[in-house]
Design a protein around this ligand. Structure first.
Ligand SMILES: [Zn+2]
Ligand SMILES: [Zn+2]
Ligand SMILES: [Zn+2]
Length: 452
């Protein structure tokens, strides 16, 4: 792909004289955008509403995810879609960076726009945007721009994060929505716990000890003193002659007195009422590219992702099940197994430095060497992109030193000075595995990450 230096485009007023780019192309709408990879667009529109519309329509262009977009007037909405306010020098550097990455991508046309957008410029995030006229209050503008036909951008990011295409980075808000229509526009009303009427009042009442009468405090006031309106006893001392009942609320519909009202939510959109406990809780996160997203970005298609192809390799869910089962067997029969966790901490830096192709060549080499080390009965799992787990049945900890030696030899064989591999060994059985293999593994991996 030839690098062309005339790829800066301008939409709106007052375009500057370029210093770093040869020239500036003028566009007036999404259709004017040239069909190229890695262009730059700067939008200079005063009216925020018009700018929103223009921005949203731009992303319908097929190659637009590889472009950088800047504005002159930034706001919360543009921050969800753009790469900041325009500065030619920054734009030029980003452009160089992006074009380098584009060269490295083997199957660029097969990349999903959102995955590509996050992968090509690593500072990008999927950011929620709050707007009162949205039914669900929050929306993800970048998702909406790429997939305008989606009914709910919230559900999209939620599903994508479940399968690790996206990874939650920070919790921005937690909201409750109507279970019938997903509206976030709810009114909370206190009601009578007996008849559910909203017609309730707070009341200060008194309770006469002599006759047991309970009534509004106002009705007990006679000539500046307190007197029971029922039995006419003078009430002098609180706790001796009278007290205040706990029930400080009264229902005007059914006369029920109560301590605390119930709260129900009334949906302002579909008008249905729900108990507050029935409302759906949504966690609104800011997202970055997830583990799987990383794979898909680098290889275009999910199926083509060249993971370590080690014999006996299984996926994460299957590995967790086997671990649970083997752990139970071991507890029952007093057997001992070994779980090796290999962490390749330098992979990301390695890939940044030498490119993804070289990183995968390195992985290939590691695969080849590891295959010579393991037995047919060992079970492998590439649990994270940089963590490989190997379950070695019937291998006591005592054998570890032999294995350690082999692994040491192996890492020496790999012709790469930058290559670092940390290996930790965990003993099976561990009763904690029974409480959840996934959580147990997550813990173990957290420890591995912590030691780097
Ligand atoms: Zn009532
Ligand atoms: Zn009385
Ligand atoms: Zn509703």
């Amino acid at each position: 792909m030839p690098l062309s230096n005339s790829c800066l485009y301008w939409l709106g007023n007052d375009y500057p004289e370029p210093k770093y780019f040869e020239n500036i192309g003028l566009v007036s709408c999404a259709e004017d955008i040239p069909d190229i990879w890695g262009g730059i667009l700067c939008i200079n529109i005063d009216d925020p509403k018009q700018q929103h519309q223009v921005l949203r329509s731009m992303f319908s262009q097929p190659k637009f995810w590889s472009w950088t977009v800047y504005v002159i007037h930034s706001d919360h909405y543009s921050a969800c879609l753009c790469d900041g306010t325009f500065d030619e020098h920054t734009a030029y550097n980003n452009w160089l960076d992006i074009n380098q990455r584009i060269q490295k991508l083997s199957s660029i046309d097969q990349i999903e726009p959102l995955t590509g957008w996050l992968g090509i410029l690593r500072s990008r995030r999927v950011i929620p945007f709050k707007k009162l006229n949205f039914l669900g209050i929050y929306q993800y503008p970048i998702v909406d721009a790429f997939y305008p036909e989606l009914y709910s951008t919230y559900r999209f990011v939620f599903t994508e994060s479940k399968r690790d295409m996206l990874e939650p980075e920070a919790l921005i808000d937690r909201i409750r929505v109507c279970k019938h229509c997903n509206s976030g526009h709810l009114n909370y009303v206190e009601v009578c716990p007996n008849c559910k009427s909203i017609d309730i009042d707070v009341q200060s009442s008194l309770h006469c000890f002599t006759c047991g009468h309970v009534g509004d405090q106002q009705l007990f006031l006679r000539r500046g003193k307190l007197e029971c309106p029922n039995c006419l006893t003078q009430l002098r001392h609180i706790g001796v002659d009278y007290d205040r009942p706990l029930e400080t609320h009264r229902c005007n519909s059914c006369s029920h007195r109560f301590v605390e009202p119930d709260t129900i939510s009334h949906c302002l959109n579909c008008e249905k009422q729900s108990e507050t406990a029935e409302l759906v809780i949504q966690k609104i996160y800011r997202y970055k590219l997830g583990q799987l997203g990383e794979y898909v970005y680098q290889h275009g298609k999910l199926l083509q992702a060249p993971e370590l192809s080690i014999k006996g390799k299984v996926d994460a869910g299957y590995f967790e099940n086997i671990l649970t089962w083997l752990n139970k067997v071991a507890l029952r029969h007093g057997e001992e197994h070994l779980l090796l966790a290999m962490h390749l901490p330098g992979l990301e830096a390695y890939s940044n430095r030498y490119g993804d192709n070289k990183m995968f060549a390195l992985l290939d080499q590691i695969t080849f060497r590891l295959n010579g080390l393991f037995r047919d009965t060992d079970i492998c799992c590439q649990y994270k992109q940089d963590v490989l787990l190997v379950l070695m049945p019937k291998t006591p900890m005592a054998n570890l030193s032999v294995l350690q030696n082999k692994i040491k030899q192996l890492s020496e064989l790999i012709e790469e000075d930058e290559f670092v591999m940390h290996v930790s060994a965990l003993k099976i059985p561990d009763t904690a595995v029974n409480e959840g293999a996934a959580a147990w593994l997550a813990n173990a991996i957290r420890d591995i990450y912590a030691t780097r």
